[in-house]
Design a protein around this ligand. Structure first.
Ligand code: HEC
Length: 394
């Protein structure tokens, strides 16, 4: 049976309307099941008859390497469905009035919490904060601001200019979506750029340690700098084009507040459930949950994401760099505007409204009776449901 997977090629400005949806041949190997053909999630896709099994490689589309940045499997919903994690998309638009001309025709960024646009430009002008705010809980929270009107740093030009540099780096990145009162719709989440003349006074001591990179925040995900306009988010929590300079700024702030670097070792990694999910140790699947050699996969509840991984693989985390662990054999995502998958599906067969993310092309490798695989489903990103080791049943 022919499977279709829809691939929206990464698209630069202006091409959203002519987005190519490409059918790729994907024979579901070894499946005797005769459920209905996969159909496209919306009627505008004309590739559903399976006749146009063209090469979906989309070379030249700039589609990045698998596992690093989300494949554009689905068009962005015009209005965002509430309460659903919207996968990052590459967004590009002409420079806004007053901004420097663009090197290419347009300025780009990913709509992701860990993303930035070009240094010196504002994320708010090119990104989509409404998308970013679907990617972790957002709420207005009032910070404790430890500002002092006689703070000697206020009359220290070297300090103030370094603060300006830090501020401009923050403005280039998606953190502003919740950490700027100008952008956060119900008010900023704790620290914010407008808090006081030295806005870092609104960051708690533990927050400063985090921003200084003394506390691990890797569970929130990060782009490699070459895909994030030079911004790295490994050495510091705030992405920076000069991570050592950023680190020095916040380390000095941590010390200025009377702390020593070694204290930060006692602060737990940042990320709450994302951190505990990363270290989850799966047990054997129980009852009817699991995988059969005929391809039947059974899971609990409603899943927007389903993975079959090699036994021993890491747990899937957030995009762009943690959501496709090495050892992912098969991964299916449901389009954000489509209803979740329920109960069961057939290995290698992509249900309507969903798309195969791994492998990028073609069917997943065959499973053999008796082998063990890791079955992982999520109600949504960060919300795991079924997580167990399945012994493929004959
Ligand atoms: C979708 C909203 C949102 C985005 C985007 C966001 N944050 Fe936050 N952040 C919060 C909320 C809400 C809190 C309050 C504590 C909590 O809920 O975790 C917070 C708290 C923090 C704290 C702790 C502050 C303290 O004083 O203890 C730091 C540090 C932080 N965020 C850094 C970042 C960085 C760096 C980025 C960008 C890479 C970022 N945040 C992006 C919502 C967001």
């Amino acid at each position: 049976m022919r499977q279709l997977s829809l691939t929206l090629l990464l698209c630069l400005v202006g091409c959203a309307d002519e987005a190519s949806e490409v059918a790729s041949g994907n024979d579901a190997s070894g499946s005797a099941d005769a459920t209905a053909d996969t159909s496209a999630p919306d009627s505008s896709a004309d590739a559903t008859d399976g006749s146009g099994a063209t090469d979906a490689s989309g070379s030249g589309s700039g589609e990045p390497a698998q596992g690093i940045i989300s494949t554009e499997s689905f068009p962005l919903p015009e209005s965002l469905p509430g309460g659903i994690f919207i996968q990052p998309r590459l967004l590009c638009s002409p420079p806004v009035a007053g901004d420097a001309p663009a090197a290419g025709d347009s300025v780009c960024t990913y709509s992701a919490i860990s993303a930035c646009t070009e240094p010196g430009r504002d994320f708010a002008d090119y990104g989509r904060c409404d998308i970013v705010r679907t990617q972790r809980p957002y709420s207005a929270q009032t910070p404790v601001i430890q500002a002092d009107p006689s703070d000697p740093r206020l009359s220290d030009p070297a300090f103030m200019s370094e603060l300006d540099w830090v501020t401009s780096q923050v403005k280039s990145c998606a953190c502003v979506c919740c950490h700027s009162s100008a952008l956060a719709p119900n008010g900023p989440s704790d620290w914010h750029l407008e808090a006081s003349a030295i806005w870092t006074d609104s960051v708690s001591d533990n927050g400063v340690a985090l921003l200084a990179g003394l506390v691990d925040s890797s569970a929130f995900g990060a782009y490699p700098p070459e895909q994030n306009f030079g911004f790295e988010r490994v050495r510091t929590a705030l992405p920076s084009t000069e991570p050592d300079r950023m680190k020095t700024f916040f380390l000095e702030e941590y010390l200025r507040r009377g702390h020593v670097e070694s204290e930060a070792a006692a602060i737990a990694p940042f990320g709450g459930p994302l951190v505990t999910q990363a270290t989850y140790e799966p047990r054997a699947c129980a009852g009817s949950i699991g995988v059969k050699a005929d391809g039947t996969i059974r899971f609990t509840g409603s899943a927007r994401y389903l993975y079959i991984l090699e036994n021993g693989s890491k747990n899937p985390g957030v995009p762009p760099n943690l959501d496709t662990p090495a050892g992912t054999i098969w991964r299916v995502d449901v389009a954000e505007a489509s209803p979740a998958m329920r109960g069961a599906l057939t290995y290698g067969r992509v249900p309507a409204g969903a798309a195969q993310r791994v492998p990028a092309n073609g069917p997943p490798r065959a499973l053999t009776a008796g082998e063990q695989v890791y079955l992982y489903t999520l109600a949504d990103v960060g919300l795991p449901l079924t997580r167990c080791i399945a012994t493929v049943a004959p």
